[in-house]
Design a protein around this ligand. Sequence first.
Ligand code: EPZ
Length: 423
Amino acid sequence: MGCINLAEIIVNGGKRLSGEIAVQGAKNSVLPVLAGAVLCDGECVIHNCPDLSDVQTSIKILQNFGAKVTYNNKTVTVDCRSISYYEIPESLMREMRSSVVFLGGILGRMKRAVISSPGGCELGPRPIDLHLSALKKLGVEITEEHGFLNCNAENGLLGCEIHLTFPSVGATENIILTAATAKGVTVIHNAAKEPEISDLADFLNSAGARIYGSGSDTVYIHGVDKLHGTTHTIIPDRIVATTYMSAAAVTGGEVTLTNIMPSHMVSILHTFRESGCDISVKGKSLKITSPKRLYRVPTIRSLVYPAFPTDAGPLLIAMLATAQGTTVFVENIFENRFRFINELNRLGANIKTEGKVAVIEGVKSLSGAKCVCPDLRGGAALVVASLVARGESEITNISHINRGYDNIVGVLASVGADINVKE
Ligand code: EPZ
């Protein structure tokens, strides 16, 4: 468990947001790219890395392997040439469930890995069966005892055809990382197509890997003997961009976002337009202008990329809590995605959930209250809703938010929100 963060976010709602925000780099790209650096026989310089607790945890994992890592002004410099260890300590696995993505990197480098079985997370069980069955096909022997997974590939890694029964993001990343220096060719069928997969492939290819088809459902990895050091800039975070758009929209505001990739957000932008927002896109920036009151969006379904992403669900639900009419949200990826909704209803929202469906009946206004973050995106959703709630809201358990947002309080204050952190 990370240190218990007793700070809380205090918001006085009702301020219309306006101004400009430069969006941070993508958390879900930094993590697999740092895992890829483990494969490189040279120094890697990675730019546009947001200052997040998940990034700090990843750096601790690399240092635990024996790598030299520095973080300075959004740039991580990592040299893995002196790596001699291959275990991810249980404490770090528990701190960050997505540590499992380091499995492929350390296996590819050391041909050994020891990780503790990742527990579930706030979003549900989140097993790793797809990861493990793929690694076994690549030649990894995996034994489980006392809650630890012992992975051994000392007989070598051999490329093969892998069919994913579900296009798992993490499993696709682990297969790419393990296969990059395996013997022969690996083909992933039904691969995840998220932009973060392509960013990982671009990073690895810049270090000498031979990966083709990333971003499509079939990825080809021609194993190479070794990778060299490289320099890479992380893509923008499409979910953080969505968060700030929701904040602008819920307050009837007008905000320009810079350093984004609109092509990564097509389904998200469509949903904002359906709610009555005007979105004008120009290169790597967009301007969102919101109506005084949003319209409901009849139905939103979360599915794998390029459909509407599950991580954006909580932000849109919070934004539409005060819209005109009723929105139906169907969550198709994670079981426990709706844990934040009870907290949202404490702010005066009128949302009912039944299994994977949430029915959001728009109310005229919300009123400030004390609420507790249950997870990363649910916590961000509570912040979005509190921006339009009358009076003061206190949001606690904000260590969840710090995992994925680089200075969300400072960013929102810079465009007019009355928000601060109380230690
Ligand atoms: C990645 O998680 C992201 N995390 C998640 O973002 C994101 O919500 C998710 O992809 C879907 O887009 C990172 O990239 C670090 P999955 P991941 O494997 O890789 C099931 C955030 O808020 N599954 O595509 O864990 C699993 O239980 C986080 O930034 C298996 O059953 O997602 C889930 O229901 C939250 N067996 C579904 O697939 C497996 O072996 C999606 O999982 C793997 C996954």
